[in-house]
Write a protein that binds this ligand. Structure first.
Ligand code: ATP
Ligand code: MG
Length: 269
């Protein structure tokens, strides 16, 4: 099960409100594309769902399968089925990649996984992700290239098998084969029950993973929620039409600087 319900979520970072009333319900088995211009709060939403303490929840609720996500620690959220493939995966010196996966798998099972089983799982997943097996022995993300970090995020997803998968610009930094490999793995992991929330700026990835729904975030709000025609339109035309057709300004709050003497009339949304 992976049913997520977010209600009236307001979030601030460094005292600045970034998310301004997110309402979002995602059902089991949906593959949701989350789009929006740079800096409008997409990553913030995923970070808050996963429990990054740098983001302050000002108001609102997040429930996963009826459980209060905001009351859970990050590891509890992970055990509950949430997974985030980061836009910028952190380098973690001193933590060996395979030990990290080992700990994650053991936290989910009653008995520790055997070394041979871990090796076999890692071996298979590494091959599918086009990564040499020696990445198992390297420190997590340390010195990995941009594309290797992204492939490693998907490798974690494959081994941990979370119910609710969030992938933040998983395609950025990947070469053409990498994008294909990642898309194939996402496709393979879809089983009609597991849920995917996928951020990308490119229709290329979405073409390969066939989302069931697309949502658009502008200025910390979800302003459109519909089918994949939203993706095609953004790919063709950018974001101008959102203002022209829906009256929603696409410039960021930071950019809406009102000069002294200027008439302070702002469009509201
Ligand atoms: N730790 C932080 N300190 C200050 N500002 C932050 C912090 N984290 C996020 N922000 C700001 O919050 C806003 C939203 O950022 P976010 O990363 O959610 O955008 P995004 O929609 O994912 O953009 P992109 O498409 O470029 O990844 C940005 O203006 C960003 O600079
Ligand atoms: Mg982002």
């Amino acid at each position: 099960m992976a049913h997520l319900k977010i209600s009236d979520l307001h979030v601030a970072v460094e005292g600045k409100e970034i998310l301004s009333g997110i309402n979002l319900e995602v059902e089991d088995g949906e593959v949701v594309a989350l789009l929006g211009p740079n800096g409008h709060g997409k990553s913030t939403l995923l970070q808050v769902i996963m429990g990054n303490p740098n983001y302050e929840v000002l108001n609102g609720t997040i429930y996963l399968d009826g459980k209060n996500v905001l009351a859970m620690s990050v590891d509890e959220r992970s055990i509950a089925g949430l997974f985030l493939g980061f836009q910028n995966p952190a380098e973690v010196p001193g933590v060996v990649n395979s030990d990290f996966i080992n700990a994650a798998l053991n936290a989910r099972s009653e008995r520790p996984i055997s070394a041979i089983k871990l090796f076999n799982l890692f071996n298979k997943a590494s091959k599918e992700m086009g990564m040499p097996l020696d990445f198992a022995h390297r420190n997590l993300n340390e010195g990995f290239s941009g594309g290797e970090k992204k492939r490693n995020e998907v490798l974690q997803m494959k081994l941990i098998k979370p119910d609710f998968v969030m992938l933040d610009e998983i395609d950025s930094g990947l070469d053409v084969d990498g994008v294909k490999a990642v898309a194939e793995q996402i496709d393979k992991e879809k089983d009609g029950k597991r849920t995917f929330l996928i951020i990308s700026h490119y229709a290329r990835l979405y073409d390969l993973v066939s989302p069931t729904r697309a949502i658009l975030m502008i200025n910390g709000k979800i302003v459109l929620d519909g089918d994949t025609s939203i993706i095609e339109r953004i790919d063709r035309e950018g974001y101008e039409w959102v203002h022209a057709e829906h009256g929603i300004r696409v410039d960021r709050r930071d950019d809406q600087i009102i000069a002294l003497g200027e008439c302070a009339v702002k469009e509201s949304f």
